[in-house]
Design a protein around this ligand. Sequence first.
Ligand code: PLP
Length: 398
Amino acid sequence: MTTDFARTRALFDLPEGVIYLDGNSLGPLPRGVRDRVARTITDEWGQMLITGWNRAGWMDMPARIGDRIARLIGAEAGHVVMGDTLSIKVFQALAAALDMRPDRRVILSDTGNFPSDLYMAEGLCGMLKQGYTLRTVAPEAVEDAIDESVAVLMLTEVDYGTGRRHDMPRLTAKAQEAGALAVWDLAHSAGATDVKVAEGGADFAVGCTYKYLNSGPGGPAFIYVAPRHADRAVPALSGWLGHEAPFAFDLDYRPGAGIERMRVGTPPVLQLAALDAALDVWDGVEIADLRARSLELTDAFIAGVEDACPDLDLATPRDHARRGSQVSFRHPEGYAIMQALIARGVIGDFRAPDILRFGFTPLFIGLDDVARAVAVLAEVMESRAWDRAEYRQRARVT
Ligand SMILES: *Cc1c(COP(=O)(O)O)cnc(C)c1O
């Protein structure tokens, strides 16, 4: 292993005494972000005013930073662009993919997908009318459900609830053999696993950056379009910054070259500055090392919890090939148990109806944190410390 994870850990600003196992939901603050955002505000926005679009390179940020993400997801340079939120990018990728199979009407997904992806698909079907439908099957049934009626296979590679990982190359190949396109959501893969979109054959891929890529709350999403589609894909959300010549102010829309057409409107410069600084942490990180380390951490957590907490049921696959970078356990009192853990400085989260979710992010979590988290969880279970009214009080965000 050539990656120095002690170095990357020192690049984060984490509160004292906290074991943060929720980097899969909101990544923590990399030290370099504060200064970088402050400089963007003071030196760029404050001093350059509108000239910052050119002088500070604001207008080029979506593609320049897209290239930094491309390395992390195994994409070809020049085929990833930043902007909007993930839900919007799901819509865009799906609309473009459907447009490439005009003779078919079915979007195939699975019941483990994140609801927003399914909602966006339903909304798009409703808007297109013409008989478009979303078909969802159990995650294990996806492969057999791919047939010649399917226009687009739309999957999230790693299940946000259970951490189960789909076999991207295999399902993509199967979809393409049946004449469909494959759209992959990498929300829980980018920065978490050894995802390889180009090698895996994905037609489109999308993902967010505030999870394992640590861009901060509300950080922008990314979209990848395979080079073979880049100059043909219809962007659907035809905003001015995806136009071939935005500053010609033509009255007609003409899509820009390649991935640029997937831009919509004004880029979120402050959030992009935060993301750019957050990505500095990845310099020197080998994705193969990240994956090996992640499996080592999740293996250790599974073994420790199963040994110490017999009442918790593992919801995450044991098979490495089928596991992302999180571990989930089921318990009917999962919400209260998680609140008791958070009160003791071990931060994970809860997903209805009964999932305790723990994200393992090698950039800042080590085996010592795993051992401490297991010990605290064991103490909470053993003493039933979770069994208090205050821990059952549900907050707006779980
Ligand atoms: C986190 C997540 C989202 C969230 O979408 P936003 O538009 O960024 O709020 C969508 N899809 C998946 C699969 C996710 O994991």
